[in-house]
Design a protein around this ligand. Structure first.
Ligand SMILES: Cc1ncc(COP(=O)(O)O)c(C=O)c1O
Length: 426
């Protein structure tokens, strides 16, 4: 159905009004200000369509959720088939779908990590991992990295960075310390025999796509082992091929004790999270009481059908290799843009199809995001470092589409630089 201009305007205004009255006046204002005030309607592959029929190339990728693109047919089919049979479980019986999803996960998870607990989001996965580390070690404290992002529930927020999201909610978990990301010496100086776990993203996403030095994770592994501390790697964003490996920890040949996942885990169709560990840690958490950690909706059959189909599709379609190959093209392309605008761009960095471009100011970054949007290409804001824009497209993106995204970022930078130069000279 194509709506005429008047209908688009009316529906957009009605929706904004409902946001203002019933959801979030602030979000209504921000979206209007940034030019994204026509609601989105549908999505397919790498594209999102708004209600006017305008088509956007999605290089935000659901912050990592749409690795297989929007509505991948194999995942949609699996979920529809399950919906026709049973939507949610009674929890009185065993679930074939849950068993299958956990088996599929065990087949791709690193090393001896064979047990998974399915939940509904990334932050729940992190909460579960933090609890597992505490009960396994009997220790109270956590160490995480400055500016990291692990979610916004209390435990996850405690180990996340950016004060603005934390200050109004204190006291958080009282014994959580942060060290600079990539600095192994700082970790040595902070860790103690009270540290239950070190929790880190492998590539920091919301902190602005920070990639650690090559020897960082092997050193972190050694430091944790020497102190009897568990290593939790948060692969909520990086899991399932985003960085060009099934899990980003494989770049460094380092196995975590506990791994957290979400986003792409549900194939871009269902919201799913999970944390996983080996038999030993599982025994500490569930050995005495299998219901010590539980959830009503986590591991529901629709989510499980999506997980099994998503993992199968990721492997069958060579999505991880594609991300590795196209990731090189993306980074090289953005580096060429950097060479054109060295005064506007501070740095370009990334791994696989997760790339960041850092500017001198948050305003410059916001204007570039808006400029890309005006050219029908969506790129992301970074919550814990708004000077960085992120390019995080579906891993199924075609070369020509990726080139368009790179060119568009270049055009938006040129436009922003010119506009700000004009303002300065006035
Ligand atoms: C690394 C990481 N961990 C955890 C989360 C929290 O996930 P969710 O928003 O599903 O709670 C995010 C979300 O962006 C994330 O990037």
């Amino acid at each position: 159905m194509t709506l005429d201009e008047a209908a688009v305007e009316r529906i957009s205004e009605e929706t904004a009004e409902k946001y203002r009255k019933y959801f979030s006046p602030g979000q209504a204002n921000i979206l209007k200000f940034s030019g994204f005030d026509v609601p989105e309607d549908r999505a397919e592959g790498c594209y999102i369509y708004d209600i006017s029929g305008r088509k956007f190339l999605d290089c935000v990728g659901g912050y990592g959720a749409f690795s297989l693109g929007h509505r991948h047919p194999k995942v949609v089919e699996a979920v529809k088939k399950q919906l026709d049979k049973e939507a949610l479980k009674s929890h009185f019986f065993m679930s074939i779908e849950l068993a299958d999803a956990c088996e599929a996960l065990a087949q791709v998870l690193p090393g001896d990590i064979n047990y998974s607990f399915l939940c509904n989001s990334g932050t729940e996965a992190v909460e579960g991992a933090l609890k597992a580390a505490r009960i396994h070690t009997g220790r109270p404290e956590y160490i995480s990295a400055a500016n990291g992002f692990h979610g916004k529930s209390f435990g996850s927020l405690s180990v996340s960075g950016r004060e603005v999201y934390k200050e109004g909610f204190k006291p958080l978990l009282p014994i959580s310390q942060q060290v600079p990301f990539g600095d192994a010496d700082a970790l040595v100086n902070t860790i103690s025999n009270n540290t239950a776990a070190v929790i880190l993203e492998v590539v920091q996403g919301e902190a602005g796509v920070n990639v650690a030095p090559d020897d960082y994770f092997p050193k972190v592994r050694e430091i944790c082992d020497a102190n009897g501390t568990l290593l939790i790697l948060d692969e909520v964003r990086t899991g399932f091929g985003r960085t060009g490996k099934m899990f980003a920890c494989e770049h460094y040949d380092v196995q975590p004790d506990i791994i957290t996942m979400a986003k792409a885990l549900g194939g871009g169709v269902m919201p799913v999270g999970a944390f996983a560990a080996n038999a030993d840690i599982w025994n500490s958490l569930f050995g005495k009481n299998p219901y010590l950690h539980s959830t009503t909706f986590g591991g529901n059959p629709l989510a499980c059908a999506a997980v099994t189909a998503a993992i199968k599709t990721t492997i069958e379609e060579g999505v991880v290799e594609r991300s590795f190959r196209l990731g090189k093209m993306l980074l090289e392309g953005l580096q060429s843009v950097y060479k054109l605008y060295p005064n506007s761009i501070k740095e370009v960095r990334g791994k696989g199809l997760l790339a960041g471009v850092e500017f001198d100011s948050e305003d410059f970054a916001a204007l570039v995001i808006a400029g890309c949007g005006r050219r029908d290409v969506l790129v992301a804001y970074s919550l814990n470092n708004p000077k960085v824009i992120r390019i995080e497209p579906p891993l199924i993106i075609e070369e020509s589409e990726l080139q368009r995204a790179i060119d568009t970022v270049g055009e938006a930078i040129a436009e922003t630089a010119e506009m700000l130069e004009g303002v300065m000279s006035e």
